[in-house]
Design a protein around this ligand. Structure first.
Ligand code: URA
Length: 428
């Protein structure tokens, strides 16, 4: 007979939880038998005391077992997905999923909405008129099996790791998000349950990321790679820089527009390079080694898959994207080199302009966000547009402009050495 208080005390005092204790507490919490305040206390004990690799693996498995684990092994093609821990201007899933599908893998991606200053893939795709995030599993299977489509980006159903849904909402309001084993098990329970055979993790590091330090990111990446591998999902992680935003846009429709540039063979070099690096990792994990994704981007195959994928989810790939009703321009105060453009400030300002939400369930503005006319290392001339702010709610401009006042540095003496985009690669 288990007791929540005994489990909390054991972890509080630095002990290891047994498999039976973990299975029971996760299951009883999902059923409502363990109260929110008890689970919050246990989460806080885990924040302080940590969990071993065995405990974390068992915790993850218990969260998977709280719902359904999808199975796409009968598709006739390898499945592979990518997960990003979230950044500013991170629109990579949009060009990446159809690109990898065009190269012969199936991409089942259950994605999330943005919260706070980092954007969510579903919010971006929902700016395409008609596009639907809710796809039943049987339809998902049909789309993945269709060689002309092969990729689905959709919302996770209620029966996918329901224990994590409850626990994440609780952690969010009890200051218990910041724990490597809890974050790793939360992300990986959903990714393992979605039924992908292989997974590439893009763990962001820097000012605009959830983890600011390389060591922390490496620790999280290692924990996630171990969890995936132990659960039979071939998993690799790239640690990538997030001190400055990716690409030239942050905001939902603005980022869809930029992704279309990439799919058309253009787009900002950092977005193209990261898309191709992740595509190569995904294809290697899927066992596809004879296709160069750069070719599929250049010859329009990735764009064809994008159009088919958008249409299959009710969207019109030819429809005009929503535009914000108001814009404001922030200009370079002096001439020189842009030495810094801060991802966190850009993310916070885009959020205030209406691109993100403060609480789960809030609406977002499809057209809101920020266009960046220069990137760190680029030259700017006094008075030229540096940032264009977009919103339907112009009363947001003063707050956004205040945030952006210190978001950048222009120097006529410093020339920053460009930061590599990929900082490390973690394998099992
Ligand atoms: N994202 C998740 O899905 N879970 C966490 O715990 C943190 C980020």
């Amino acid at each position: 007979m288990h007791s929540a208080v005994d489990v909390i005390r054991a972890k509080r005092d630095g002990g290891q939880l047994s498999d039976a204790q973990i299975d029971w507490v996760v299951d009883a919490f999902t059923r409502g038998e363990v109260a929110d305040e008890q689970m919050a206390a246990l989460a806080m004990a885990i924040v302080w005391r940590g969990m071993t690799r065995r405990e974390t693996a068992r915790w993850t498995q218990a969260m998977i077992d709280s719902g359904k684990r999808l199975d796409f092994t009968d598709l006739g093609r390898p499945t592979v997905d990518k997960h990003s821990t979230g950044g500013v201007g991170d629109k990579i899933t949009l060009p990446l999923s159809p690109l990898v599908a065009a190269c012969g893998a199936a991409v089942p991606q259950l994605s999330g909405r943005g919260l706070g200053h980092t954007g969510g893939t579903l919010d971006k795709l929902e700016s395409i008129p008609g596009w639907q995030a809710d796809i039943p599993v049987e339809r998902m299977r049909e789309l993945l099996a269709d060689p002309a489509i092969g990729a689905v980006v959709c919302a996770a159903g209620a029966d996918l790791a329901p224990a994590d849904k409850r626990l994440y909402a609780l952690r969010d309001v009890t200051g218990t998000v910041e724990s490597i084993p809890l974050i790793a098990s939360s992300i990986m329970s959903k990714k393992i349950a979605e039924g992908t055979g292989a997974l590439v993790l893009d763990v962001k590091v820097g000012r605009g990321a959830f983890l600011k330090e390389l060591d922390q990111a490496r620790e999280l990446a290692t924990a996630m790679v171990e969890l995936g591998t132990d659960a039979g999902v071939r998993t690799v992680a790239l640690l990538t820089g997030m001190d400055t935003p990716l690409g030239h846009t942050a905001g939902n429709a603005l980022e869809v527009c930029e992704s279309l540039d990439v799919l058309a063979g253009g787009g900002p070099p950092d977005v193209v390079d990261l898309t191709l690096a992740l595509a190569r990792e995904m294809l290697a994990q899927a066992g596809i080694t004879d296709v160069d994704p750069a070719d599929a981007l250049a010859d329009g195959r990735a764009m064809d898959h994008w159009r088919a994928m958008v249409r299959a989810q009710g969207g019109d790939p030819d429809a005009a994207l929503p535009q914000a009703r108001h814009t404001e321009t922030l200009r370079a105060p002096v001439s020189g080199t842009l030495t810094r453009l801060d991802a966190l400030d850009i993310g916070l300002a885009a959020w205030r302009l209406g691109a993100g939400r403060a609480r789960q369930g809030d609406p977002v503005q499809a057209g809101a966000g920020i266009e960046m006319h220069a990137k760190p290392g680029g030259s700017v001339v006094e008075g030229q547009p540096l940032l264009t702010l977009h919103t339907d709610t112009p009363e947001a401009f003063p707050t956004a402009l205040e945030i952006l006042r210190d978001a950048f540095t222009v120097s006529d003496t410093d020339h920053p050495t460009p930061q590599p985009l990929i900082l490390d690669r973690i394998t099992a």
